[in-house]
Design a protein around this ligand. Structure first.
Ligand code: HEM
Length: 431
């Protein structure tokens, strides 16, 4: 995986014997212990590790839940209640899984905004970034299907509203949308058949995510990590070994992250959910206000901001798809927004836009809410399609430090004097 020269030395005869046959210990040592990481990484770089923890935690708790859960329309709701009340520590495992989904999304949003702020998507990290966008999509699909499983009112109506969106394709090819919707449902309505396939896919997709994460981390190890200056490491003085330095920092951040996590699990497990999901699914009673989980709200606001159904669906998917093109939309010569005096204000506006869309997604789709949702939807896309290319071309960035060590220690670490990132040079070989 790692591109730098291996420093692994087996400490005993068994290690040596293994190393000659299956050098797993060497791979782990070179990729996660001796791997050179920029010495100026801040705490925002700990979220990759936190995300890995979240993924493993969701998998472990999910597998235990699946041992007790019943994926049928008649039993699903009660089986979740049984898990909470009767299964030993079932309440804790269920809370951990449900709260864990929200914590996973908090972490992934921090991770994405970190990448956007520091230009981590720019060459040579395009593939790393695009793999991230695929992971994000797979996470959304997994979370959406997972939310259906308790088969409460919000589960049922959430599935009904979102799957129905595909019927808008009827306006392009008559019958196409309806066929897709019926295919997704496994019938002519949302029923137990729908629930059963959602359960199957909810179990499968995390393994797809694991595969994507392996590729993601592999790509990261080929090109090396970006850092707050956006200047590539040039000499050994610019990096520190991942173990113990970055690993220790990751561990501190992980424990800090676990504090609010545990707070929700033990004291407010249902705070992030919706009261209507404590009522079993009823196809004959529509809840007055159907809302998705908080992490989908900005996209839900975009969906409802567009007057046409098909237009709304396209805008919602485009809002995610546009992320994949960011490496080519951003025309700036420098990576990090820290050195971009004009763009940083637009970045702030973008963050406000996403938060505002999140708020508006939770409100009814009428009156002033729709008006503002349209304004912010416009800026959301304008940020990618207009601001990123044009501000990038027109702005004069601040002078970059000559090297990472200069930015940390205030003196030259022996690097060159260029004011733009050196581009495609991966850090590892240069140690
Ligand atoms: C299950 C979800 C994910 C996991 C487990 C994961 C894991 C990681 C890890 C371990 C790192 C290295 C440490 C760090 O920089 O924080 C990393 C870096 C990175 N990730 Fe992810 N990631 C996930 C999702 C995403 C998503 C959704 C995106 C973007 C759409 C993304 C984009 C990036 C980028 C650009 C880097 C390089 C950052 C840099 O070096 O500056 N990741 N990821």
């Amino acid at each position: 995986m790692a591109q730098h020269e291996s420093t692994y030395k087996p400490s005993n005869n068994f290690g040596k014997w293994m190393d000659e046959r299956l050098p797993v210990a060497r791979l782990v040592h070179d990729s996660f212990v001796d791997f050179p990481t920029p010495r100026n990484l801040n705490y925002l770089w700990t979220f990759g590790g936190i995300l890995t923890f979240c993924l493993v935690a969701q998998l472990v708790t999910g597998i235990v839940l699946a041992m007790h859960y019943q994926p049928s329309a008649d039993e699903a709701f009660n089986s979740v209640e049984r898990i909470r009340r009767d299964v030993n520590f079932g309440w804790m495992i269920r809370n951990f899984h449900a709260v864990g989904a929200s914590m996973f999304f908090i972490a992934v949003y921090v991770h994405i905004f970190r990448g956007l702020y520091y230009g981590s998507y720019k060459a040579p990290r395009e593939i790393l970034w695009i793999l991230g966008v695929f992971i994000f999509l797979a996470m959304m699909a997994t979370a959406f299907m997972g939310y259906a499983l308790p088969w409460g009112q919000m589960s049922f109506w959430g599935v009904t509203v979102i799957t129905n969106l595909f019927s808008s394709l009827d306006s392009i090819i008559p019958g196409l949308g309806t066929s897709i919707v019926q295919w997704l449902w496994g019938g002519y309505a949302v029923t137990g058949a729908t629930l059963n396939r959602f359960f199957s896919l909810h179990y499968l997709l995390p393994f797809v995510i694991i595969g994507l994460v392996i590729l993601h981390v592999w790509a990261l190890h080929v090109v090396g990590q970006n850092n707050p200056t956006g200047v590539e490491p040039k000499t050994k003085a610019d990096t520190v070994p991942m173990g113990p330095y970055a690993i220790a920092k990751d561990a501190v951040a992980m424990f800090a992250f676990l504090i609010p996590f545990a707070w929700f699990v033990f004291f407010l497990p249902d705070y992030l959910g919706h009261a209507d999901n404590f009522t079993p699914a009823n196809p004959l009673v529509t809840p007055p206000h159907i809302v998705p989980e908080w992490y989908f709200l900005p996209f839900y606001a975009i969906l409802r901001a567009i007057p046409s159904k098909l237009g709304g669906v396209m805008a919602m998917f485009a809002a995610i798809a546009v992320l994949a093109f960011v490496p080519w939309l951003d025309r700036s010569r420098v990576r990090s927004t820290k050195y971009r005096p004009v763009y940083k204000w637009f970045f702030l506006l973008f963050v406000i836009t996403c938060l505002a869309l999140g708020y508006l997604g939770s409100k009814p789709a009428d009156g002033i809410y729709v008006f503002w949702a349209r304004i912010f939807t416009f800026y959301y896309f304008a940020h990618f399609i207009l601001v990123m290319p044009f501000v990038g071309l027109l702005e004069t960035p601040k002078k970059l430090p000559n090297s990472i060590s200069e930015s940390v220690l205030g003196k030259s670490g022996g690097g060159g004097g260029d004011t733009v990132p050196s581009g495609a040079t991966a850090s590892p070989e240069k140690r």
